[in-house]
Design a binder for this molecule. Sequence first.
Ligand code: MN
Length: 249
Amino acid sequence: MKKTYFIADAHLGSWAIKDTREKEKHLVRFLDSIKDNAAALYMLGDMFDFWYEYRYTIPRGYTRFLGKLSELTDSGVEVHFLTGNHDQWMMYNYLREECGITIHREKLMPITIGGKQFCLAHGDGLDPKDRKYLMLRAIFHNKVCQRMFSTLHPRWAMNFGYSWARHSRLKHEGREGIVLSEEQDNTLAFARQYAQDNPKTDYFIIGHRHIDQHNDLPNGGQFIVLGDWISKYTYAEFDGDHLNINHFK
Ligand SMILES: [Mn+2]
C-alpha cells in the first residue's frame, strides 16, 4: 500500500539559517525518495520562513522545492499544505494553481486517512491561554490588514517580512528543542482534551515547535510533534497500520 508522509518547518529562505540552499536540496532529495511510494504528503506549515503572495507576483526563490512538489502532484501524489504562522499569506492560490497543492488555512480536525482518524495542525494558536498571540494571529489572518499590507511595495513589504521572520527565529532559538513539562505544555493539554472528547482520534500531529515529541493520549491515540527540516529532517510515515517517525539522512 502507498504511504502518507508528514513534514513541517523547513523555514526555507530564512535570513537566520545558514546554507538554506543546501537544506532546500536535502528536502528535495527526500521528496524525490518518496515520490514512487507516496499516496499523499502533508506539509504542516512554515515550509517557508516568510511567504507573501500578491495577485500577480510571488516571492523569488524555492524553484527546486516548488518544481519537485509539482512533479509529485503531476504524477498523482496528493500534496497538502497547512499554512503555518510564517507562510499563511497564500491568498491568491499560487501553489494550488501552479503546483497542484491543496492549501488548508485551518487545522484539519479530524481527517480520515487509511481508516484512521488524524488531527493535523501547524500547532500555533492551539493554546487558549495565549491571548496575546491569538490576537496577533487574528490580525495576520484579517482580510483588511492583509489588503493594507499588499499595498506596500514589495521592496518594503518583503524586507519587513523577512526581518520579522528572522527576528522571530532568533528570539525562539534558545527555547526551541526544549521539551516542556506536561504541566507547561498547553498544546498537549489541548490534544488530551480533544482526544477525550473525540475518543476515535488515532493521531494528533503538529509542527511549529521544532522538537521531536511523542506522547500517549488518554484514548489510546498518540500526540506527535514533527521536529523540523533545519537540523532534524524529521518525517512521519503512515503505512495504513502504523505511523513511524524517521529522520532523513
Ligand atoms: Mn511555526
